[in-house]
Design a protein around this ligand. Structure first.
Ligand code: MN
Length: 228
């Protein structure tokens, strides 16, 4: 018998490719400006400064194939990203062991209310309101490393209505997967179920209702999302 005041919500889960099991999500860490050409398009110096992270809410995970245009924004952007899924956690994880913590990879979209994010940046306030909102983390199935290996290079791109808008290579990431895991684990205790959204290449832009987004990462499948 439970003494919970009300029932806990269903956990956010993500399908695992070629498996009946699902991946339960604990936290979603997102790195900012991890591709030099995107840092430049956002008006920043691409030099390797220490990484910075923000979080989305676990229940922002969206596996529906649809992205409802969010409230309170006139400028919602797509950011196509490789997502790293962890099945082991820890504190102060050394670089050499960091990849052992990776269960697999997925394609994800870091949907962003850019106008709200920009206002908050200008005022020196937290920009969570621009990043962590309902349905803001569309994601594909997770591809376990025993099916796809570790992804260190390869094409990452996003088409909108069939037209290529974002393109880069995973090897352009300023902070690599082991570095992100090791760095995060100095500040947080990582745990199984944590996701890391690894940043977006150049070409981010605004969406409209009716747009069909089609992300691709070499070695993984596709992520197709309709804006509704
Ligand atoms: Mn992002």
């Amino acid at each position: 018998m439970s003494n919970l005041l009300f029932p806990t919500p269903e956990p956010s889960t993500i399908a695992i490719q070629n498996s009946d099991q699902v991946f339960p999500v604990r936290r979603i860490y997102c790195i900012g400006r991890n591709y030099a050409d995107h840092a430049i398009e956002m008006g920043h110096d691409p030099d390797k400064e220490p990484p910075f992270f923000f979080q989305k809410n676990t229940d922002n995970i969206n596996t529906s194939g649809q992205f409802p245009y969010p409230s309170m924004s006139q400028d919602v952007h797509f950011e196509m990203e490789l997502v790293i899924a962890l099945h082991q956690g820890g504190k102060n994880i050394p670089l050499e062991n960091a990849l052992d913590h990776v269960y697999g990879y997925a394609l994800g979209l870091d949907m962003t209310r850019r106008d709200l994010q920009g206002q908050m940046k200008k005022m020196g306030r937290p920009w969570e309101i621009g990043k962590a909102f309902e349905h803001s983390a569309p994601i594909s199935n997770i591809y376990p490393i025993n099916q796809v290996g570790h992804l260190t290079h390869g094409n990452i791109q996003l088409k909108v209505n069939g037209e290529k808008r974002q393109q880069g290579d995973l090897n352009q990431m300023i902070w690599k997967t082991p570095e992100m895991i090791s760095y995060l684990s100095k500040y947080y205790e990582l745990a199984p179920g944590d996701l890391i959204m690894s940043g977006t290449p150049a070409g981010v832009g605004a969406i409209q209702v009716g747009d069909q987004l089609e992300g691709e990462i070499e070695g993984l499948g596709k992520l197709e999302v309709l804006v509704v």
